[in-house]
Design a protein around this ligand. Structure first.
Ligand code: NAP
Length: 250
């Protein structure tokens, strides 16, 4: 039986790479995106051609009503949820803490933290109700960042702090739901070649940071997707509450 996987932020970058690989690995997919419908449709077509059933679940994860709509659609179309990749996230323009505004912080934490927590909550509520498959009721992977331990001074401390919240949430939630047979882990990407850097107005960051990466190169979205799919899989059946750095040693 194909497992049902919700991926947030799957219209581009790491989420899109995860959707493509998940389809080939045997998942059916609820594919969330916010504004990039063309990207979402292209990913959907590729996943379908790999044999997956795919439903599009548009919605801003910062909006609780949109989250309710996403899960209503999953309930109606699939009737269960086996896995979640809690991946939607944003950075902002490079700035020091002295330049931060309330509006900037609100957006950052509404999307990266509160949205991710509410999505995980809705997933867990469903996983707890369904019967276990081979002893496992569900698996969740949150997308954090190595910024959580670097702090990102003078670039985006707010983003780093939002990802530190995700690390702590990952550990705390995993403790709460492990007895139910639900595993919760996080990946912490380093510098990965996606559009997120250009969206932050700093496409040059990838090149600038590369010399400080022990492996001397940036990462690819597919390499993060491989780590995510491993943590979701039965090969990771004894792993929960942990964060896995996918950062070339940085
Ligand atoms: P990306 O290429 O910019 O893709 C971001 C995805 O998130 C898009 O599908 C976007 O959807 C979606 N998204 C953004 N805001 C959303 C919202 N409010 N509601 C729903 N979806 C939303 O970025 P990426 O590099 O793949 O990043 C994915 C995750 O990895 C993020 O959590 C990011 O913080 C983390 N990460 C990335 C790096 C890196 O170097 N790339 C490093 C560490 C961590 P639309 O385009 O449809 O709006």
């Amino acid at each position: 039986m194909r497992k049902i996987l919700l991926i947030t932020g799957a219209s581009a970058g790491i989420g899109a790479a995860t959707a493509r690989k998940a389809a080939r690995a045997g998942y059916d997919i609820a594919l969330n995106y916010h504004s990039n419908i063309d990207g979402a449709k292209a990913v959907m077509a590729e996943a379908q051609s790999a044999g997956a059933r795919v439903i599009l679940c548009p919605g801003d994860v910062a909006d609780p009503e949109a989250i309710a709509d996403i899960f209503a659609r999953i309930d109606k179309e699939f009737g269960r949820l086996d896995a979640l990749v809690n991946n939607a996230g944003v950075v902002d323009t490079v700035a020091s803490v002295t330049d931060f505004t309330h509006a900037r912080l609100r957006r950052m934490f509404d999307i990266n933290v509160i949205g991710a927590m509410l999505i995980a909550k809705e997933a867990v509520v469903r996983m707890q109700k369904q019967g276990p498959e081979q002893g496992q009721r569900g698996a969740i992977v949150n997308t954090s960042s190595i910024a959580a331990r670097l702090g990102s001074g003078h670039t985006f401390v707010d983003y780093a702090a939002s990802k530190a919240a995700i690390d702590t949430f990952t550990k705390g939630l995993s403790d709460e739901v492990a007895p139910d047979g639900i595993r919760v882990n996080a990946v912490r990407p380093g510098i990965i070649e996606t559009d997120i850097h250009a969206k932050a107005g700093a496409p040059e960051r990838v090149e600038q940071i590369t010399p400080s990466i022990p492996l001397r190169r940036s990462g690819h979205a597919d390499e993060v997707a491989d780590a995510i799919l491993y943590l979701l899989s039965d090969q990771a059946s004894y792993i929960t509450g942990t964060t896995l750095d996918v950062s070339g040693g940085r």
